[in-house]
Ligand binder design. Structure first.
Ligand code: HEC
Length: 126
């Protein structure tokens, strides 16, 4: 009888320990879940270097993100296709030569990251 009680106690302790471990792993798992918009922002401001020419609200070297988003939504264009050089510029074709230099970066990005850039840019137009 004593042994059974001990065994039950040991089992309870053991399974409690297991539970705790599971919980402490949870936040780490959460970090890897990222929305397309958040991933797009990270690329836009990070390795894509897009932010140096595109600001959210004002035109600088390139058109404002919100103006690009508005035009793409109105015309039903695909930013991902544009970044793969598969569609023509529809925002400011006269400045296309400046934007073209960036295809050296975007043509090496996986489809998922191009879609994320598109989702991020479109999020500026309500
Ligand atoms: C050296 C400055 C510069 C950088 C860096 C830059 N752009 Fe541009 N971008 C421009 C200019 C100038 C235009 C306007 C010409 C045009 O419309 O193609 C433009 C236009 C665009 C357009 C509209 C294209 C259209 O249909 O006319 C998109 C979408 C865009 N950029 C996305 C990006 C993304 C994404 C990045 C980062 C990978 C980026 N740009 C980096 C200068 C830049």
């Amino acid at each position: 009888m004593k042994y059974i009680v001990l065994a039950v106690a040991a089992f309870t302790l053991f399974s409690c320990g297991k539970e705790e471990k599971k919980e402490s792993l949870y936040p780490a798992e959460q970090e890897t879940v990222q929305t397309p918009v958040a991933l797009g922002k990270e690329i836009f401001e990070g390795k894509g270097v897009c932010y140096s020419c595109h600001k959210p609200e004002v035109k600088t070297v390139g058109p404002a993100i919100k103006d690009i988003a508005k035009i793409y939504k109105e015309k039903g264009g695909s930013i991902a296709e544009f970044l793969k050089e598969k569609s023509e510029p529809i925002v400011d074709p006269s400045q296309y030569a400046t934007m073209k230099t960036n295809f050296a970066i975007t043509r090496n990005l996986p489809e998922e990251e191009l879609k994320a850039l598109e989702a991020y840019m479109l999020s500026f137009s309500k």
